[in-house]
Design a binder for this molecule. Sequence first.
Ligand SMILES: Cc1cc2nc3c(=O)[nH]c(=O)nc-3n(C[C@H](O)[C@H](O)[C@H](O)COP(=O)(O)OP(=O)(O)OC[C@H]3O[C@@H](n4cnc5c(N)ncnc54)[C@H](O)[C@@H]3O)c2cc1C
Length: 444
Amino acid sequence: MGTAPQHHSTSDDPTPHLRIVGIGAGPANLSLAALLHGDAAQPHRFFDRKADFTWHDDQLITGATLQVSIFKDLVSLSDPTNRFSFLSYLHEHGRTYHFLNAKFAEVPRTEFRNYLAWAARSNENIAFGESVERVDFDGVFHVTTDRRRVTADNLAVGVGTVPWVPDFVRPHRGPTQFHVSEHLSRSKALGGKRVAVVGGGQSGAEAFLDLLSRPESERPQRVVWISRRRNYFPIDDSTFTNDFFMPDYSDYFFRLPEAKRSELISAHLLASDGISESTLRAIYQELYRLQFIERDEHRFGLLPNRTVTAADRAGGGAWELTLHHNDEPDQTQCLAVDAVVWATGFRPAPKPFLEPLLDRMATEHGEFRVDEDFAAEWDGPPDRSIFVQNAVRGQRGLPDVNLSLNAWRARRIADRLRGRPAADPAMSFIEWSAKHARETQWTL
Ligand SMILES: Cc1cc2nc3c(=O)[nH]c(=O)nc-3n(C[C@H](O)[C@H](O)[C@H](O)COP(=O)(O)OP(=O)(O)OC[C@H]3O[C@@H](n4cnc5c(N)ncnc54)[C@H](O)[C@@H]3O)c2cc1C
């Protein structure tokens, strides 16, 4: 790499030619922007279409906590002296001692969101309220936003995910059937209603707990929690499982054949997509309180191991959900409810701005195929890269979509831009591969 910046920008735009343009400024690209900050050899600009930084704000339910260590902030695991660390945020706001004395077992998600917003706001290379609409290439990338055109040698695509609901729900989405990403705004109207929460992950658990523990005037008449999983399973946050979220496992995983990778994603799903132990306990205690102390056992229903296959209109503005039992295939249940909260997950966001380049980019099962530095394989020059963040779970495994390897992945990209060899990954205690095995070397 190391191509000197050229000057290709359009005459109506004062932005000089850039080394890299970031599309999206969620945690993934914010991390890269933080690592590049102050490096005059890497002029860059990141655009986000949101007017201002938010982080799943409509799911910031009181009591929601971060599911990873606070060290998994934007930079600490790859550049601990970087000014955009969580510690730096605490220091700048005069709350380091208070944070320590608070002894949070899990950090409030709102505090992490506020940290991210501070990092976004205090980085002058990030522009909010600017949507990237199109990217063309003629030796450099021409990035068209809704405000200007800029040119760059490289792109970092970090547009994250979008809410997903089953096809049969799409025509009905609105005030009484909504995705959990709209929970706080939409659920205000659910007092006195019969509500179903569909989805057995962390978001579904938080929505269920929130609805059940509201004051009487705002509490639904009944809340039923439906999950396809056999039970309400916890996240596996134990020591060796967490080694799956280390750089050397990510590299090992990347080199496995595609069929093996997809098998491992299914096998280890709960390492990433299970429910926090603290949330499960809070729910269980709430159920105890309702059933045995308030004697209000009709307030809730628990229906795991069921798949919702239809949501049809019933009389009086209600909905009828059809549920199939997974172990008893001849059993179908119908459930009448007034509202449904779909906590059915997120999928990679569409990237329509890449349309002009799509036929030049390699794909694998709907993902852009990437090299080991997260650069998409394409037929362009090798020193012009399209890096993709949080969009290759099939190739990089479960950590690709969460915060665990955010700082490390961004460092890989930054090292590639700087023409440096990738920083050595921290090695797990575990020898994942039999190739280049440490044991074998010792015994030779
Ligand atoms: C409620 C919730 C809680 C989570 N909590 C945790 C947790 O505790 N621990 C963990 O490890 N992970 C967690 N995750 C998972 C993951 O960390 C987050 O989803 C994270 O936000 C992903 O970051 P991102 O930058 O890839 O995407 P996003 O945060 O989705 O950011 C993408 C950005 O791209 C912008 N964008 C999209 N298209 C364009 C365009 N054309 N032009 C300009 N900008 C564009 C969007 O406006 C958006 O700001 C959580 C996810 C959710 C939904």
